[in-house]
Structure formats: structure tokens, C-alpha cells
Write a protein that binds this ligand. Structure first.
Ligand code: NAI
Length: 343
């Protein structure tokens, strides 16, 4: 059986990390039918639209997307493609597992933390206006529906995956109505999961607590902006943005993407580290039910990480993006050949 997947390579380092990831996925033996599209500035120059309707139709058909980073202009131009896609397909849960890879020197060696970020509202609603010249208002939207939905997602995941503890992160001491509503929804949902310990921490304190001792947390659930900031903070526990995967999940569609951006400073130089997109694609494989392939690639990736010279330059290695992909594929081939050799 082959899986139809919408592929959005993105721009900047996007096409390089996507190509490396696709090569590795295909080498796993799983069959894919890729429907590949450009978005953002590249698409606008060609089709006059930042998200061509063909992309939307493709995701409606495949229900699964794998996406590289896309440059978002600052302070003007088009709005974030990511935010638009999340909104269009109601991808309300942003799921970011934070786990160490072997041999990446970090302050904490055994981090295993899951961040669940509400993906559709808060200050990301994009409701901004100029009240009078020199005064701008930006609206933070929090609804009972979205808060309850994300809390349920987090608790369901915890139950199915034997996670022990969930903290809701908030600033309800200041934003008593909006974050207060978010907390009330989390508390209500928590009552249905007595086996999972539920706690609440204020977002600024959480930043300090995380830096002091990330092991005290198991899963964190929070609104959009706090999730954006804390997930980057937590990326530092496992070596930085080049290592963290993410999944944007809704009830009908899912888009898997790396947490990092389009890194224009290193684009087109075969320097980008594809690990984050590759790890995101492992979440995709699991979503598609391809557990063996996910394990095969994960093991191969971890083996490559035991050889510093095979890593990309951002982590002190010598390899380019494509050589790194070659090394992962070589480890997969060895693993596939191993049982036969043992006979
Ligand atoms: P960035 O993540 O692109 O780069 C930050 C730093 O990390 C740079 O020094 C870059 O070289 C390095 N870096 C990032 N990914 C790397 C990788 N895979 N391998 C090696 N080094 C890597 O963040 P920045 O500069 O804030 O954003 C650049 C553009 O990306 C902006 O237009 C932003 O809006 C967009 N962006 C897109 C995202 C997406 O499509 N999911 C997410 C975040 C930002």
C-alpha cells in the first residue's frame, strides 16, 4: 500500500531538508505518492497566490502533509502560511516531543518532555488594528471550545501513552478572564483523568523552573503564544532548533513540520541539518501506522549520531545535508541486512 502525502518543501533551507527527509523515508521501504507544491513568495510569483488552491485541495484529499519551513516577512507582506494552514484545516493541536539524541552535549542528558500547544487562537488570531495613530490593539482570543479541545487532546495522549503528569501553563494572575477560562477548561477536563496528576504553573515561573530542572515536568499544555515561546526554550535542552519535531493535528488532517525556520543565512549551501524534519516525519510515519519504518529510521539516526564526523556543521560535524542523509540510509541498509546475515 502506498500513502498519498502532500509535500510542501518550503523555501530557504526547506527544499534541502525536505529532499534529505524524502530520500530517507523512501529508503525505509514504505511507499509514498507525493503531491508536491510551492507556497509563499515562490508560489505567489508563479501563481499569484501565497497558498495556491491546489495545495488546499491536495491536503483535503490526502489528509496528511509534510512541510518544510516557509519565510514569513516581518511587519508587512503576507501572513504566516503556517498559521493559515493550521486555521484552514483546524489543526488545533501542536504536538512537540522534546527528547535528547545520543552524543549531543546538552546540560540535561535525559529530557523526555511533551509540549501540547493550542494552535488556533490566542494572540495568533491576527486581530490587530490601529485605534488612533500611534496606538495599536492586538486581541487575545480564548474560547471554551478550543481550550477544552486542547486539554482533552493532552489528557487523551497522556492516557494512551502512559504519561503521568500534565501542567497547564498560564498567566491567569494577570489575564484573569482569558487565561482564567483556559485554566477552568483544563481543570474540568482533568477531572475525567484521575490517574494523571494535574498541576498549574504561571508561564514566567515555568521558564525559570524549566531551566533549573526540566525533569520536574512530563507534559505541558498551554495556549498558542506561550507554546511558541516555551517550545523554543525547550528545544535548547536537546541541542537547539535543528532537533525538534512537531505535528499539527486536527480531527481530519495532520501536517508535520520542523520547529525551525527557513534559515536564510545558510540556505542553498548544503549546510542545513535535516534532523528536525526527519524526526517530524517519524511522527508522520506513526500517524500513518508505519511503526516499523519509524523505528528503523529512528535507530539509524541515533547510530549516525554516534559518529560526530557524519553530523552537519551546526553540531560540529563535517557532513553536508545530503551526506548526512546518505549516512542515515547506510545505517538503515545495514540494519535491514543484519537479520539475513545472521541466518
Ligand atoms: P530560523 O530557525 O530560520 O534560524 C535561526 C538560526 O538557527 C539561524 O542561525 C539558522 O541558521 C539556524 N538554523 C535553523 N534551522 C537550522 C537547521 N535545520 N540546520 C542548521 N541550522 C539551523 O529562525 P529565523 O531566522 O527567526 O526565521 C527565518 C525565517 O523563517 C522567518 O521568515 C520566519 O518567519 C520563518 N519561520 C518559519 C517557520 C516555519 O515555516 N515553520 C518557523 C519559524 C520561522
Amino acid at each position: 500500500m502506498s500513502h498519498k502525502v502532500t509535500l510542501i518543501p518550503g523555501d530557504g533551507i526547506g527544499p534541502e531538508v525536505t529532499q534529505a527527509t524524502v530520500r530517507i523515508l523512501e529508503a525505509s521501504g514504505v511507499k509514498f505518492e507525493w503531491e508536491s507544491f510551492q507556497v509563499g513568495t515562490d508560489a505567489f510569483e508563479k501563481y499569484g497566490e501565497y497558498i495556491p488552491k491546489e495545495v488546499i485541495e491536495s491536503i483535503e484529499r490526502t489528509h496528511v502533509g509534510l512541510k518544510g519551513p516557509v519565510t514569513t516577512p516581518v511587519g508587512g507582506g503576507f501572513s504566516s502560511i503556517n498559521v493559515a494552514l493550521r486555521r484552514k484545516f483546524e489543526l488545533y493541536a501542536n504536538f512537540r516531543p522534546i527528547r535528547n539524541l545520543p552524543h549531543i552535549p546538552t546540560r540535561y542528558p535525559d529530557v523526555d518532555l511533551i509540549i501540547v500547544r493550542e494552535n488556533t487562537e490566542s494572540l495568533y488570531s491576527g486581530l490587530e488594528h490601529e485605534v488612533v495613530p500611534g496606538v495599536v490593539e492586538s486581541l487575545k482570543i480564548i474560547t471554551e471550545k478550543a481550550s477544552t479541545r486542547i486539554a482533552k487532546f493532552a489528557f487523551e495522549y497522556a492516557r494512551k501513552n502512559q504519561r503521568k503528569k500534565i501542567h497547564a501553563i498560564h498567566k491567569a494572575n494577570i489575564m484573569k478572564l482569558s487565561d482564567g477560562l483556559f485554566l477552568r477548561c483544563c481543570r474540568d477536563v482533568a477531572k475525567g483523568y484521575p490517574e494523571i496528576t494535574y498541576g498549574e504553573h504561571i508561564v514566567d515561573n515555568t521558564c525559570m523552573q524549566l531551566v533549573m530542572n526540566p525533569y520536574q515536568y512530563d507534559m505541558l499544555v498551554m495556549e498558542n503564544l506561550y507554546g511558541d515561546i516555551l517550545s523554543d526554550l525547550c528545544a535548547a535542552f536537546v541541542g537547539g532548533l535543528g532537533f525538534v519535531p512537531s505535528a499539527n493535528l486536527g480531527d481530519h488532517c495532520a501536517i508535520f513540520e520542523a520547529v525551525h525556520g527557513s534559515a536564510p543565512d545558510i540556505a542553498g549551501k548544503n549546510l542545513a541539518n535535516p534532523t528536525a524534519l526527519l524526526r517530524s516525519s517519524l511522527l508522520m510515519l506513526r500517524h500513518l501506522g508505519e511503526f516499523d519504518a519509524s523505528t528503523l529510521i529512528r535507530n539509524a539516526l541515533e547510530k549516525v549520531y554516534r559518529h560526530p564526523e557524519k553530523l552537519t556543521k551546526d553540531i560540529g560535524g563535517q557532513a553536508g545535508t545530503s551526506e548526512f542523509a546518505d549516512a542515515v540510509i547506510e545505517e538503515m541498509d545495514k540494519a535491514k541486512a543484519a537479520p539475513a546475515a545472521a541466518l
